[in-house]
Structures are given as structure tokens and as C-alpha cells.
Design a protein around this ligand. Structure first.
Ligand SMILES: [Mg+2]
Length: 190
């Protein structure tokens, strides 16, 4: 199972993602998590920077769909303001919501290696994406202090698995998870 917790890419924020490189690699559909990936739990509206990001994504030729586990009204509010198709209460890491976005919204136009999921959590986004056999890009959460209770619980489980991956798959860990896990910061504290 721990193999399914390793993302294909890691970037500190969505703004660091080399979008045209991913397009050249064949990615055509970008599915994105909402909370702590696009905005923190404390925010409700997309910023100008986020609108610019969407424009860049669409101009390059990607299809862009929001897939959020939240079932709150803020998802509808955000998606309407941001003007993006969406699936709420997507139940990641279950396949249901991700599949709904791929099948119902994107009309099954893409095969799995053309699809990339962006998200900030190992136990929901990375695991959900890998279970659907699509590519996953892990993002550093925007503001962990705003995490809701269920996410805090997931973060605990996440740390446990990060330590296991570090022990059993050191190369993969160093390449894709070390920065996310915050080892660098730990070093600075020593
Ligand atoms: Mg999230």
C-alpha cells in the first residue's frame, strides 16, 4: 500500500508547477483538490493570482475540474466564483468522486496517463489518485493551521506513513516526499 502514497511530482505550491512541461508530457486533464491546495480552509474566494493560474491552465489547453471532499456550501460558492466544473463530497481516497469527474464531466475523453490530480494530502489525494491509476502532484498545504479535524487526523496517519516510506523506500522518499515531510525544517531546528 505504501507505494500508492508516493506522488509522481511534488511542488511547494500550485504556482510552482511547470504547466507547459506537463502538457508536453501528455497531461490534458487537471483535477484539483480545493482546501489547502487552491485556498486555505480560512478563505472562501479565489484570489487574482488564482484566476491567473486558471487562465494559464486553460490557455495551455488543459481541462480543469475541481474535486473536493468537502460537502459544504463553500465548495459551491468557490466553484461558482472561480467558474470551474466540480465534484463535491468526492470521498477521496475512494474512487467514486475522481471517476465521476473523469467520466461524467470530462466525458471519458482522456486515458489515465493524461490525467493529473493536484492535492495536499497523502491519505486522500495521493492515495485516491493512485487508486484510480492517474498521475498525482502533491502540493505543500497552504496553511496547515487551518486544517479541519478530519484533516488533522489524516495528517497524523500521514506522518506515520511518511516515516515508513522513509525507512522502506528511501530514494523515492528523498525525491518526492522529503520536502513535504519537512525534514529540511527539522534540520534547521537542530
Ligand atoms: Mg486538501
Amino acid at each position: 500500500m505504501i507505494k500508492k502514497l508516493i506522488p509522481d511530482y511534488y511542488y511547494k505550491s500550485i504556482y510552482d508547477i511547470p504547466l507547459s512541461e506537463l502538457y508536453d508530457k501528455g497531461i490534458r486533464l487537471i483535477l484539483t483538490d480545493l482546501d489547502n491546495t487552491l485556498i486555505s480552509y480560512g478563505q472562501t474566494d479565489p484570489s487574482d493570482e488564482l484566476f491567473d493560474f486558471k487562465k494559464k491552465v486553460l490557455d495551455l489547453g488543459f481541462e480543469f475540474i475541481l474535486v473536493s471532499n468537502s460537502r459544504k456550501k463553500r465548495v459551491d460558492h468557490f466553484a461558482n466564483m472561480y467558474d470551474i466544473p466540480y465534484v463535491k463530497f468526492s470521498t477521496k481516497p475512494l474512487k467514486r468522486g475522481i471517476k465521476k469527474a473523469i467520466k461524467k464531466i470530462a466525458k471519458e475523453k482522456y486515458n489515465n496517463d493524461q490525467i493529473l490530480l493536484l492535492g495536499d494530502q497523502l491519505m486522500t489525494d495521493v492515495l485516491g489518485g493512485k487508486r484510480c491509476k492517474i498521475k498525482v502532484c502533491l502540493i505543500e498545504p497552504i496553511d496547515k493551521r487551518t486544517d479541519i479535524l478530519s484533516t488533522r487526523i489524516n495528517r497524523g496517519i500521514e506522518s506515520f506513513f511518511l516515516r515508513r516510506i522513509k525507512k522502506k523506500m528511501r530514494n523515492e522518499y528523498d525525491l518526492k516526499l522529503k520536502e513535504f515531510a519537512g525534514d529540511e525544517n527539522d534540520w534547521k531546528k537542530v
